[in-house]
Ligand binder design. Structure first.
Ligand code: UDP
Ligand code: MN
Length: 245
């Protein structure tokens, strides 16, 4: 039996949101046996996103969970996409039938770029798999280091004393782990979400299954969309009609 992929996408309201979700949705349309969990960082689901998601013809769940206000005031980095990823993790715990369906969980941000081969790679994750992510940080790559088919360390521009210096897009887990560690979740600690989550799941280096041809292929990129700030004033002028001069 082929495992289902739960693809968790944290997203938030902004001018770029519909464009990001459209591009991502049209990537996911090519992937069989995938359940898209769109987790919006807002108090309730938006009509705009509710209207958009059926367009892709794929199974999806749309949930909303806003970042608590205390984290928005954080003086250091803000933990983006945590409240909504946590809500998605809990949705899986409440709705997945562990005895019935094999499944793998992956966190795919709304602005990242995914090669379709990525889905073939992560689908066979027994416990935890890892692979390179392109365009991360100063080195423009974050990747496990593989020797003789085993992960022996990590190459990442920001180690920060993390046990697992990996990007959110650089790993997949088998759903069984969520049930084995029912209280494990993602921390509200910017930069340490991956490391603390994986530690909460008691991951050890020897558990890690290297994917993407022993981590020699990049199948996901941490692309970022340039932000268009909202204008402070909008001036609406009459169109210059032909012949109006
Ligand atoms: N995100 C969110 N709330 C926010 C900011 C971001 O849910 O206030 C989501 C965003 O849609 C994306 C993920 O969290 O899927 C990571 O955010 P972003 O892409 O802005 O971060 P970066 O690319 O800089 O890591
Ligand atoms: Mn991003």
């Amino acid at each position: 039996e082929v495992a289902l992929i739960y693809f968790i996408t944290p997203t938030y309201p902004r001018r770029e949101q519909v464009a990001e979700l459209t591009r991502l949705g049209q990537t996911l349309m090519h992937v069989p046996r995938l359940h898209w969990i769109v987790a919006d960082d807002r108090p309730d689901c938006s009509q705009q996103t509710m209207n958009l998601l059926p367009d892709f013809g794929i199974p999806y769940t749309y949930i909303a969970s806003p970042m608590p206000a205390i984290y928005k005031r954080a003086t250091d980095a803000i933990p983006r996409g945590v409240s909504n990823r946590r809500a998605a993790i809990n949705w899986i715990r409440l709705n997945h039938n562990i005895d019935d369906t094999k499944a793998v969980i992956y966190f795919g941000d709304d602005d990242n770029t995914f090669h379709l081969d990525l889905f073939k790679e992560i689908r066979t994750t027994k416990k935890i798999s890892m692979f390179p992510v392109g365009l991360v940080g100063e080195y423009a790559i974050s990747s496990p280091i593989v020797e003789k088919g085993k992960v022996v360390g990590f190459f990442d521009s920001w180690p920060a004393k993390r046990k697992f210096p990996v990007d959110m897009a650089g790993f997949a887990i088998n759903v069984q782990l969520l049930f084995k560690y029912p209280y494990a979740t993602m921390p509200y600690k910017a930069g340490f979400e991956e490391d603390r989550f994986l530690s909460a799941l008691s991951i050890q280096l020897e558990d890690i299954e290297p994917k993407a041809e022993n981590c020699t292929r990049i199948l996901v990129w941490h692309t970022q969309t340039a932000k268009k700030p909202k204008p402070t004033v909008m001036v609406r002028s009459k169109a210059a009609l032909p012949g109006s001069l």
